[in-house]
Design a protein around this ligand. Structure first.
Ligand SMILES: Cc1cc2nc3c(=O)[nH]c(=O)nc-3n(C[C@H](O)[C@H](O)[C@H](O)COP(=O)(O)OP(=O)(O)OC[C@H]3O[C@@H](n4cnc5c(N)ncnc54)[C@H](O)[C@@H]3O)c2cc1C
Length: 395
Protein backbone atom coordinates (compact mmCIF):
# COMPACT_ATOMS: atom_id res chain seq x y z
CA UNK A 1 0.00 0.00 0.00
CA UNK A 2 1.73 3.24 -1.10
CA UNK A 3 -0.88 5.66 0.25
CA UNK A 4 -1.49 6.01 3.97
CA UNK A 5 -4.00 3.44 5.29
CA UNK A 6 -7.31 4.98 6.40
CA UNK A 7 -9.54 4.15 9.37
CA UNK A 8 -13.21 5.13 9.45
CA UNK A 9 -14.09 5.49 13.13
CA UNK A 10 -17.77 5.32 14.07
CA UNK A 11 -18.42 7.17 17.36
CA UNK A 12 -16.67 10.28 18.67
CA UNK A 13 -16.71 9.51 22.38
CA UNK A 14 -13.71 8.21 24.37
CA UNK A 15 -13.13 4.97 22.40
CA UNK A 16 -13.29 6.82 19.10
CA UNK A 17 -10.86 9.45 20.35
CA UNK A 18 -8.41 6.90 21.81
CA UNK A 19 -8.45 5.06 18.47
CA UNK A 20 -8.03 8.20 16.39
CA UNK A 21 -5.13 9.58 18.45
CA UNK A 22 -3.21 6.30 18.62
CA UNK A 23 -3.71 5.39 14.94
CA UNK A 24 -2.61 8.87 13.86
CA UNK A 25 0.55 8.30 15.89
CA UNK A 26 1.46 5.35 13.62
CA UNK A 27 0.81 7.36 10.48
CA UNK A 28 -2.74 6.32 9.60
CA UNK A 29 -5.31 8.72 8.19
CA UNK A 30 -8.30 8.76 10.52
CA UNK A 31 -11.81 10.18 10.35
CA UNK A 32 -14.34 10.11 13.16
CA UNK A 33 -18.05 10.04 12.35
CA UNK A 34 -20.21 10.99 15.34
CA UNK A 35 -23.98 10.93 15.16
CA UNK A 36 -24.43 13.77 17.66
CA UNK A 37 -24.27 17.20 16.02
CA UNK A 38 -23.09 18.79 19.30
CA UNK A 39 -20.01 18.58 21.49
CA UNK A 40 -20.28 15.66 23.93
CA UNK A 41 -18.28 17.29 26.71
CA UNK A 42 -21.13 17.80 29.18
CA UNK A 43 -21.76 14.09 29.67
CA UNK A 44 -20.29 11.81 32.27
CA UNK A 45 -18.74 12.34 35.66
CA UNK A 46 -15.70 11.00 37.46
CA UNK A 47 -13.31 8.36 36.19
CA UNK A 48 -10.54 6.61 38.07
CA UNK A 49 -7.38 7.35 36.09
CA UNK A 50 -5.80 4.04 35.14
CA UNK A 51 -2.40 3.30 33.65
CA UNK A 52 -3.92 2.20 30.32
CA UNK A 53 -5.20 5.73 29.70
CA UNK A 54 -1.79 7.25 30.44
CA UNK A 55 -0.08 4.67 28.21
CA UNK A 56 -2.43 5.49 25.31
CA UNK A 57 -1.83 9.23 25.82
CA UNK A 58 1.91 8.67 25.90
CA UNK A 59 1.83 6.59 22.71
CA UNK A 60 -0.28 9.24 20.98
CA UNK A 61 2.11 12.00 22.07
CA UNK A 62 -0.46 13.70 24.31
CA UNK A 63 1.46 15.47 27.07
CA UNK A 64 -0.56 16.41 30.12
CA UNK A 65 1.94 16.75 32.95
CA UNK A 66 0.31 16.25 36.33
CA UNK A 67 -2.79 18.28 35.48
CA UNK A 68 -5.03 15.40 34.44
CA UNK A 69 -6.49 14.44 37.78
CA UNK A 70 -6.97 14.81 41.51
CA UNK A 71 -5.19 12.56 43.97
CA UNK A 72 -6.78 10.75 46.89
CA UNK A 73 -4.93 9.02 49.72
CA UNK A 74 -7.07 7.07 52.16
CA UNK A 75 -9.98 4.88 51.23
CA UNK A 76 -12.62 5.24 53.94
CA UNK A 77 -15.95 3.57 54.70
CA UNK A 78 -18.61 5.49 56.62
CA UNK A 79 -21.56 3.93 58.42
CA UNK A 80 -25.05 5.41 58.62
CA UNK A 81 -24.01 7.31 61.77
CA UNK A 82 -21.15 9.00 59.87
CA UNK A 83 -18.44 7.08 61.71
CA UNK A 84 -15.34 6.03 59.77
CA UNK A 85 -15.48 2.25 60.19
CA UNK A 86 -12.52 1.47 57.93
CA UNK A 87 -9.53 3.48 56.70
CA UNK A 88 -6.84 2.12 54.36
CA UNK A 89 -4.08 4.03 52.62
CA UNK A 90 -4.68 3.38 48.90
CA UNK A 91 -3.51 6.36 46.83
CA UNK A 92 -4.95 6.87 43.36
CA UNK A 93 -5.86 9.58 40.85
CA UNK A 94 -9.32 10.52 39.67
CA UNK A 95 -10.12 12.45 36.55
CA UNK A 96 -13.34 13.27 34.73
CA UNK A 97 -14.97 12.16 31.53
CA UNK A 98 -14.90 15.68 30.08
CA UNK A 99 -11.21 16.12 30.98
CA UNK A 100 -10.23 13.06 28.89
CA UNK A 101 -12.62 13.99 26.10
CA UNK A 102 -11.39 17.58 25.81
CA UNK A 103 -7.72 16.61 26.09
CA UNK A 104 -7.92 14.14 23.21
CA UNK A 105 -10.15 16.36 21.12
CA UNK A 106 -7.64 19.21 21.44
CA UNK A 107 -4.89 16.87 20.17
CA UNK A 108 -6.73 16.14 16.91
CA UNK A 109 -7.11 18.51 13.96
CA UNK A 110 -10.72 19.72 13.84
CA UNK A 111 -11.03 18.37 10.27
CA UNK A 112 -10.78 14.77 11.56
CA UNK A 113 -14.11 14.86 13.41
CA UNK A 114 -17.39 14.83 11.47
CA UNK A 115 -20.33 15.55 13.81
CA UNK A 116 -23.94 14.87 12.85
CA UNK A 117 -23.06 11.77 10.79
CA UNK A 118 -25.05 8.70 11.76
CA UNK A 119 -23.55 5.43 10.52
CA UNK A 120 -26.13 3.12 8.93
CA UNK A 121 -24.29 0.16 7.38
CA UNK A 122 -21.10 -1.03 5.72
CA UNK A 123 -20.06 -3.43 3.01
CA UNK A 124 -16.60 -4.82 2.34
CA UNK A 125 -14.62 -6.43 -0.48
CA UNK A 126 -11.07 -7.55 -1.06
CA UNK A 127 -9.79 -3.94 -1.33
CA UNK A 128 -11.40 -2.32 1.68
CA UNK A 129 -14.58 -1.31 3.41
CA UNK A 130 -17.33 1.22 2.61
CA UNK A 131 -19.46 2.97 5.22
CA UNK A 132 -22.87 4.51 4.55
CA UNK A 133 -24.36 7.30 6.65
CA UNK A 134 -27.93 8.51 7.16
CA UNK A 135 -27.00 11.80 5.47
CA UNK A 136 -26.25 9.91 2.24
CA UNK A 137 -22.51 10.27 2.76
CA UNK A 138 -20.39 7.31 1.65
CA UNK A 139 -16.79 6.79 2.83
CA UNK A 140 -14.17 4.22 1.86
CA UNK A 141 -11.34 3.01 4.11
CA UNK A 142 -9.06 0.13 5.00
CA UNK A 143 -10.58 -0.42 8.43
CA UNK A 144 -13.93 0.42 10.02
CA UNK A 145 -13.87 0.85 13.79
CA UNK A 146 -17.16 0.37 15.66
CA UNK A 147 -16.54 2.70 18.62
CA UNK A 148 -20.24 3.48 18.81
CA UNK A 149 -21.02 2.37 22.33
CA UNK A 150 -23.21 -0.17 24.09
CA UNK A 151 -26.00 0.09 21.52
CA UNK A 152 -23.59 -0.06 18.58
CA UNK A 153 -25.04 0.07 15.06
CA UNK A 154 -21.87 -1.60 13.76
CA UNK A 155 -22.42 -4.52 16.18
CA UNK A 156 -26.07 -4.69 15.16
CA UNK A 157 -24.98 -5.33 11.55
CA UNK A 158 -22.42 -8.03 12.36
CA UNK A 159 -24.23 -9.59 15.36
CA UNK A 160 -27.92 -8.68 15.06
CA UNK A 161 -30.16 -8.82 18.13
CA UNK A 162 -27.51 -8.60 20.85
CA UNK A 163 -28.49 -5.60 23.00
CA UNK A 164 -26.87 -5.12 26.41
CA UNK A 165 -28.66 -6.69 29.38
CA UNK A 166 -29.90 -4.58 32.30
CA UNK A 167 -28.12 -5.71 35.48
CA UNK A 168 -30.94 -4.81 37.89
CA UNK A 169 -29.60 -1.58 39.37
CA UNK A 170 -28.98 2.05 38.54
CA UNK A 171 -26.13 4.44 39.24
CA UNK A 172 -27.61 7.69 40.50
CA UNK A 173 -24.91 10.28 40.13
CA UNK A 174 -24.02 13.85 40.86
CA UNK A 175 -21.33 16.51 40.88
CA UNK A 176 -21.13 19.24 43.51
CA UNK A 177 -18.77 22.25 43.20
CA UNK A 178 -16.06 21.87 45.84
CA UNK A 179 -16.92 25.12 47.61
CA UNK A 180 -20.63 24.28 47.87
CA UNK A 181 -20.29 21.39 50.33
CA UNK A 182 -20.80 22.31 54.01
CA UNK A 183 -17.39 22.47 55.82
CA UNK A 184 -18.23 19.58 58.19
CA UNK A 185 -18.84 17.20 55.27
CA UNK A 186 -15.84 18.52 53.33
CA UNK A 187 -13.63 17.85 56.34
CA UNK A 188 -14.70 14.18 56.50
CA UNK A 189 -14.16 13.64 52.78
CA UNK A 190 -10.99 15.71 52.19
CA UNK A 191 -8.26 13.67 50.51
CA UNK A 192 -10.21 10.41 50.58
CA UNK A 193 -12.00 7.99 48.30
CA UNK A 194 -15.11 7.41 50.44
CA UNK A 195 -17.74 4.68 50.50
CA UNK A 196 -20.87 3.63 52.34
CA UNK A 197 -21.91 0.03 51.81
CA UNK A 198 -25.54 -0.70 52.66
CA UNK A 199 -27.33 -4.02 52.54
CA UNK A 200 -28.32 -3.65 48.89
CA UNK A 201 -26.81 -0.32 47.91
CA UNK A 202 -23.40 1.32 47.70
CA UNK A 203 -22.43 4.97 47.58
CA UNK A 204 -18.96 6.15 46.62
CA UNK A 205 -17.44 9.60 46.36
CA UNK A 206 -14.20 11.18 45.18
CA UNK A 207 -12.96 14.58 44.02
CA UNK A 208 -12.57 15.21 40.29
CA UNK A 209 -11.37 18.22 38.24
CA UNK A 210 -13.70 21.21 38.04
CA UNK A 211 -16.09 22.03 35.25
CA UNK A 212 -13.36 24.21 33.74
CA UNK A 213 -10.96 21.23 34.14
CA UNK A 214 -9.11 22.94 37.01
CA UNK A 215 -7.42 20.67 39.57
CA UNK A 216 -6.79 23.56 41.99
CA UNK A 217 -8.17 23.19 45.52
CA UNK A 218 -11.48 25.01 45.77
CA UNK A 219 -12.21 24.68 42.04
CA UNK A 220 -12.74 20.91 41.86
CA UNK A 221 -15.98 18.93 42.15
CA UNK A 222 -17.21 16.23 44.51
CA UNK A 223 -18.30 13.31 42.35
CA UNK A 224 -20.67 10.75 43.84
CA UNK A 225 -22.29 7.58 42.54
CA UNK A 226 -25.05 5.76 44.41
CA UNK A 227 -25.89 2.25 43.17
CA UNK A 228 -29.49 1.34 43.95
CA UNK A 229 -31.73 -1.45 42.71
CA UNK A 230 -34.51 -0.55 40.25
CA UNK A 231 -37.13 -3.02 39.09
CA UNK A 232 -36.94 -3.35 35.24
CA UNK A 233 -40.60 -3.30 34.18
CA UNK A 234 -41.88 -0.10 35.82
CA UNK A 235 -39.32 1.61 38.02
CA UNK A 236 -36.56 1.76 35.40
CA UNK A 237 -38.75 2.92 32.47
CA UNK A 238 -40.31 5.57 34.73
CA UNK A 239 -36.89 6.87 35.85
CA UNK A 240 -35.60 6.88 32.26
CA UNK A 241 -38.54 9.05 31.17
CA UNK A 242 -37.28 12.60 31.39
CA UNK A 243 -38.97 15.79 32.63
CA UNK A 244 -40.19 16.50 29.07
CA UNK A 245 -41.80 13.06 28.72
CA UNK A 246 -39.12 11.60 26.41
CA UNK A 247 -38.06 8.01 27.07
CA UNK A 248 -34.31 7.26 27.22
CA UNK A 249 -32.88 3.79 26.86
CA UNK A 250 -30.31 3.57 29.62
CA UNK A 251 -29.04 6.96 30.74
CA UNK A 252 -30.39 10.33 31.75
CA UNK A 253 -28.09 13.35 31.36
CA UNK A 254 -27.84 16.18 33.92
CA UNK A 255 -30.87 18.49 33.75
CA UNK A 256 -33.30 15.85 32.49
CA UNK A 257 -34.41 14.06 35.67
CA UNK A 258 -38.02 14.68 36.77
CA UNK A 259 -38.56 16.70 39.97
CA UNK A 260 -40.46 13.79 41.52
CA UNK A 261 -37.46 11.49 40.96
CA UNK A 262 -35.07 14.05 42.44
CA UNK A 263 -37.38 14.32 45.46
CA UNK A 264 -37.44 10.51 45.76
CA UNK A 265 -33.65 10.41 45.61
CA UNK A 266 -33.28 13.05 48.33
CA UNK A 267 -35.82 11.30 50.52
CA UNK A 268 -33.96 7.98 50.18
CA UNK A 269 -30.67 9.76 50.96
CA UNK A 270 -32.09 11.16 54.20
CA UNK A 271 -33.31 7.70 55.07
CA UNK A 272 -30.28 5.56 54.23
CA UNK A 273 -27.10 7.61 53.98
CA UNK A 274 -24.51 8.96 56.40
CA UNK A 275 -25.07 12.70 57.05
CA UNK A 276 -21.89 13.53 55.07
CA UNK A 277 -23.27 11.75 52.00
CA UNK A 278 -26.73 13.22 52.57
CA UNK A 279 -25.09 16.65 52.26
CA UNK A 280 -23.65 15.61 48.89
CA UNK A 281 -26.91 14.29 47.48
CA UNK A 282 -28.96 17.22 48.82
CA UNK A 283 -26.37 19.66 47.46
CA UNK A 284 -26.57 18.28 43.90
CA UNK A 285 -28.53 20.56 41.60
CA UNK A 286 -28.83 18.23 38.63
CA UNK A 287 -28.51 14.55 39.54
CA UNK A 288 -28.25 12.16 36.61
CA UNK A 289 -28.61 8.41 36.23
CA UNK A 290 -27.26 5.47 34.29
CA UNK A 291 -28.69 1.96 34.23
CA UNK A 292 -25.99 -0.65 34.83
CA UNK A 293 -25.59 -2.91 31.82
CA UNK A 294 -23.81 -6.10 30.88
CA UNK A 295 -22.49 -6.85 27.41
CA UNK A 296 -20.03 -9.45 26.19
CA UNK A 297 -19.18 -10.55 22.65
CA UNK A 298 -17.31 -13.60 21.41
CA UNK A 299 -15.85 -11.86 18.35
CA UNK A 300 -14.43 -8.37 17.79
CA UNK A 301 -13.12 -8.63 14.22
CA UNK A 302 -15.38 -9.13 11.19
CA UNK A 303 -13.12 -8.87 8.14
CA UNK A 304 -12.09 -5.23 8.16
CA UNK A 305 -14.77 -4.17 10.67
CA UNK A 306 -13.71 -4.06 14.31
CA UNK A 307 -15.68 -3.58 17.54
CA UNK A 308 -14.02 -1.95 20.51
CA UNK A 309 -14.78 -0.11 23.75
CA UNK A 310 -18.37 -0.34 24.94
CA UNK A 311 -19.49 -1.63 21.53
CA UNK A 312 -17.78 -4.92 22.42
CA UNK A 313 -17.75 -5.18 26.23
CA UNK A 314 -19.58 -3.16 28.86
CA UNK A 315 -17.96 -3.86 32.23
CA UNK A 316 -19.70 -2.99 35.49
CA UNK A 317 -18.45 0.36 36.80
CA UNK A 318 -17.07 -1.32 39.96
CA UNK A 319 -14.16 -2.51 37.81
CA UNK A 320 -13.26 1.16 37.11
CA UNK A 321 -12.31 -0.37 33.80
CA UNK A 322 -14.57 0.90 30.96
CA UNK A 323 -12.43 3.82 29.99
CA UNK A 324 -9.18 1.94 30.64
CA UNK A 325 -10.41 -0.92 28.46
CA UNK A 326 -11.27 1.49 25.64
CA UNK A 327 -7.75 2.92 25.89
CA UNK A 328 -6.17 -0.55 26.02
CA UNK A 329 -8.16 -1.76 22.98
CA UNK A 330 -7.06 1.27 20.95
CA UNK A 331 -3.43 1.21 22.04
CA UNK A 332 -3.03 -2.52 21.35
CA UNK A 333 -4.60 -2.06 17.91
CA UNK A 334 -2.24 0.76 16.99
CA UNK A 335 0.80 -1.12 18.27
CA UNK A 336 0.03 -4.29 16.35
CA UNK A 337 -0.87 -2.42 13.16
CA UNK A 338 2.37 -0.48 13.39
CA UNK A 339 4.41 -3.66 13.16
CA UNK A 340 2.03 -5.38 10.72
CA UNK A 341 2.93 -3.32 7.65
CA UNK A 342 0.50 -4.61 4.96
CA UNK A 343 -0.57 -7.74 6.85
CA UNK A 344 -3.57 -6.05 8.45
CA UNK A 345 -5.77 -9.16 8.60
CA UNK A 346 -3.15 -11.18 10.47
CA UNK A 347 -2.62 -8.30 12.88
CA UNK A 348 -6.36 -8.04 13.55
CA UNK A 349 -6.58 -11.75 14.34
CA UNK A 350 -3.80 -11.48 16.94
CA UNK A 351 -5.31 -8.32 18.40
CA UNK A 352 -8.70 -9.96 18.78
CA UNK A 353 -7.32 -12.96 20.64
CA UNK A 354 -5.90 -10.92 23.49
CA UNK A 355 -8.65 -8.28 23.63
CA UNK A 356 -11.39 -10.92 23.82
CA UNK A 357 -9.66 -12.63 26.70
CA UNK A 358 -9.23 -9.36 28.60
CA UNK A 359 -12.79 -8.19 27.85
CA UNK A 360 -14.36 -11.45 28.98
CA UNK A 361 -12.29 -11.56 32.15
CA UNK A 362 -13.07 -7.97 33.12
CA UNK A 363 -16.82 -8.20 32.45
CA UNK A 364 -17.17 -11.53 34.28
CA UNK A 365 -15.26 -10.19 37.27
CA UNK A 366 -17.41 -7.03 37.28
CA UNK A 367 -20.65 -9.06 37.24
CA UNK A 368 -19.55 -11.16 40.17
CA UNK A 369 -18.42 -8.13 42.14
CA UNK A 370 -21.50 -6.01 41.29
CA UNK A 371 -23.98 -8.75 42.11
CA UNK A 372 -22.23 -9.39 45.39
CA UNK A 373 -22.24 -5.68 46.31
CA UNK A 374 -25.93 -5.33 45.43
CA UNK A 375 -27.08 -8.61 46.92
CA UNK A 376 -28.18 -9.88 43.49
CA UNK A 377 -27.86 -13.39 42.24
CA UNK A 378 -26.53 -13.63 38.70
CA UNK A 379 -26.40 -16.89 36.68
CA UNK A 380 -22.66 -16.43 36.29
CA UNK A 381 -22.36 -15.83 40.02
CA UNK A 382 -24.30 -19.00 40.77
CA UNK A 383 -22.10 -21.02 38.42
CA UNK A 384 -18.95 -19.64 39.97
CA UNK A 385 -20.17 -19.33 43.53
CA UNK A 386 -17.44 -21.61 44.73
CA UNK A 387 -14.64 -19.48 43.24
CA UNK A 388 -13.12 -16.71 45.40
CA UNK A 389 -13.45 -13.08 44.22
CA UNK A 390 -10.14 -12.06 42.71
CA UNK A 391 -9.36 -8.35 42.52
CA UNK A 392 -7.74 -7.38 39.27
CA UNK A 393 -7.88 -3.63 39.38
CA UNK A 394 -8.88 -1.13 41.98
CA UNK A 395 -12.35 0.33 41.52
C1 LIG B 1 -23.83 9.26 28.99
C2 LIG B 1 -22.59 8.52 29.41
C3 LIG B 1 -21.90 8.91 30.56
C4 LIG B 1 -20.76 8.20 30.97
N1 LIG B 1 -20.12 8.60 32.09
C5 LIG B 1 -19.03 7.90 32.50
C6 LIG B 1 -18.32 8.30 33.64
O1 LIG B 1 -18.66 9.28 34.26
N2 LIG B 1 -17.28 7.54 34.06
C7 LIG B 1 -16.85 6.44 33.36
O2 LIG B 1 -15.87 5.77 33.74
N3 LIG B 1 -17.49 6.07 32.25
C8 LIG B 1 -18.56 6.78 31.81
N4 LIG B 1 -19.21 6.39 30.73
C9 LIG B 1 -18.72 5.22 30.05
C10 LIG B 1 -17.48 5.56 29.31
O3 LIG B 1 -17.61 6.77 28.62
C11 LIG B 1 -17.25 4.44 28.35
O4 LIG B 1 -17.31 3.19 28.98
C12 LIG B 1 -15.89 4.50 27.71
O5 LIG B 1 -15.46 5.80 27.55
C13 LIG B 1 -15.94 3.89 26.35
O6 LIG B 1 -17.09 4.35 25.72
P1 LIG B 1 -17.26 4.30 24.18
O7 LIG B 1 -16.56 5.47 23.56
O8 LIG B 1 -16.90 2.94 23.70
O9 LIG B 1 -18.85 4.43 24.04
P2 LIG B 1 -19.78 5.69 24.31
O10 LIG B 1 -19.21 6.60 25.31
O11 LIG B 1 -21.15 5.18 24.52
O12 LIG B 1 -19.73 6.44 22.92
C14 LIG B 1 -20.28 5.96 21.74
C15 LIG B 1 -20.38 7.12 20.78
O13 LIG B 1 -20.85 6.64 19.53
C16 LIG B 1 -21.84 7.50 19.04
N5 LIG B 1 -22.72 6.71 18.16
C17 LIG B 1 -23.60 5.74 18.52
N6 LIG B 1 -24.20 5.23 17.44
C18 LIG B 1 -23.67 5.89 16.37
C19 LIG B 1 -23.91 5.82 14.96
N7 LIG B 1 -24.81 4.94 14.44
N8 LIG B 1 -23.20 6.62 14.13
C20 LIG B 1 -22.27 7.52 14.66
N9 LIG B 1 -22.04 7.64 15.98
C21 LIG B 1 -22.73 6.84 16.82
C22 LIG B 1 -22.56 8.01 20.29
O14 LIG B 1 -23.25 9.21 20.07
C23 LIG B 1 -21.39 8.16 21.25
O15 LIG B 1 -20.81 9.44 21.19
C24 LIG B 1 -20.32 7.09 30.25
C25 LIG B 1 -21.00 6.72 29.09
C26 LIG B 1 -22.11 7.41 28.66
C27 LIG B 1 -22.83 7.00 27.40
Amino acid sequence: MNRKPRALIIGGSLSGLFTATTLRAIGWDVDIFERSPNELDSRGGGIVLQGDVLAAFDFAGIRTGSGLGVQSGDRIYLNRADEVISRTFMPQTQTSWNMLYATMKAHLPASVVHPGERFVRFEQDADGITAHFASGRVERGDLLIGADGARSAVREQVMPGRPPRYAGYVAWRGLVPEADLPPAAAEVLAGTFAFQQGEDHLLLEYLVPGDNRSVQAGERRWNWVWYRKAEPMQELPSLMTDRFGARHAFSLAPGLMKDEDIARLRHAASDQLAPTFQALVHGTREPFAQAILDLQVEKMVFGRAVLLGDAAFVPRPHTAGSTAKAAANALALAMILKSANTRIDLALASWQKLQLREGLAMTAWGMRMGDQIMGLSHPLERRRASKPLKRRRRP
